[in-house]
Design a protein around this ligand. Sequence first.
Ligand SMILES: Nc1ncnc2c1ncn2[C@@H]1O[C@H](COP(=O)(O)OP(=O)(O)OP(=O)(O)O)[C@@H](O)[C@H]1O
Ligand SMILES: [Mg+2]
Length: 310
Amino acid sequence: MSFEAFGQPLLTFPDAEKSPLSIRAKALVFVDPRSRQLRQELELLAPRSISVLIRGETGSGKELLARHIHRASDRGGLFVSVNCGAISPTYADAELFGYAAGSYSGSASSRAGWFGSANGGTLYLDEIGDLPLPIQIKLLAALENHEVTRVGAHQPSPVDVRLVAATSIDLAQAVAAGKFNERLYHYLSEGQLELPALRERVGDILSLSEYFLGIYSQRLDLPVPLISEAAQHLLEQHSWPGNTRELENVIHFALLVSTGDEILPEHLNLPEAPPSLVQIEQQAAQLIKNGTAAERSALKKLLESLTQTL
Ligand SMILES: Nc1ncnc2c1ncn2[C@@H]1O[C@H](COP(=O)(O)OP(=O)(O)OP(=O)(O)O)[C@@H](O)[C@H]1O
Ligand SMILES: [Mg+2]
């Protein structure tokens, strides 16, 4: 729902959880020991009404984690997700805290803003490091005093919001550089969750791949293919700079281009995995099959020293 308060559609207040677009994959696939540990931390933090700061690379599942925190808490209100990088700096006040009727030309009615929409629920602020400094100070005041003053209003209104924030940058460094409010940082990091990059929890990769295959096969009404051993190897070798979102896209694509009942490496649209040392040895031995014993031994030594260098 957009609102044309300023002559152009600036403020957007989707109905959070009610919007079908925001209802994405719900299950949290956590199989790797590091992920299981994180799930335990999440279960301890969720029922407490403290703020939580989630740190993780892009696409690693920060928002999904935040949604699980909300669900595992007993808060009856909405989960409202806001990307701080997308908030217009000029109207950040109005976006976050709302405005009173008549505050802007054309604004006949008042709006609650993101904070008010999350009243009784959880406000998820993604990339909180992108929030302009003056807004950080107002945010801290709203959190500490449990009240917000809408733009153009004379009285503050009480709010009960649990904040979960996420960042892909090191906020402590941003504080040191004078780019992030120190008190807000301490307030936010009452509870902290570190979401490891996908390449650091390799044990999740195949389970996530099967999970996404299941979801997309069902959505496209296709039989669920198996993942060949070579494709599994490739999936586990890849460094996943785009993390789980990249894996989801790769699996979706593989399902669309695969023709049989198996996902093969060529369906994955990933760079080839580097050959293992055994494969290199086998290929090299093949190349000098007719060489002398001295040549074979020299080659073996060369490969050994290469392994040590690597
Ligand atoms: N553990 C998981 N189990 C199942 N699905 C997952 C998991 N982690 C991430 N996903 C899925 O991967 C996609 C990306 O996750 P999400 O949007 O939560 O990441 P993000 O860290 O918030 O990304 P960004 O940094 O771009 O904001 C989503 O479709 C999400 O449902
Ligand atoms: Mg996100």
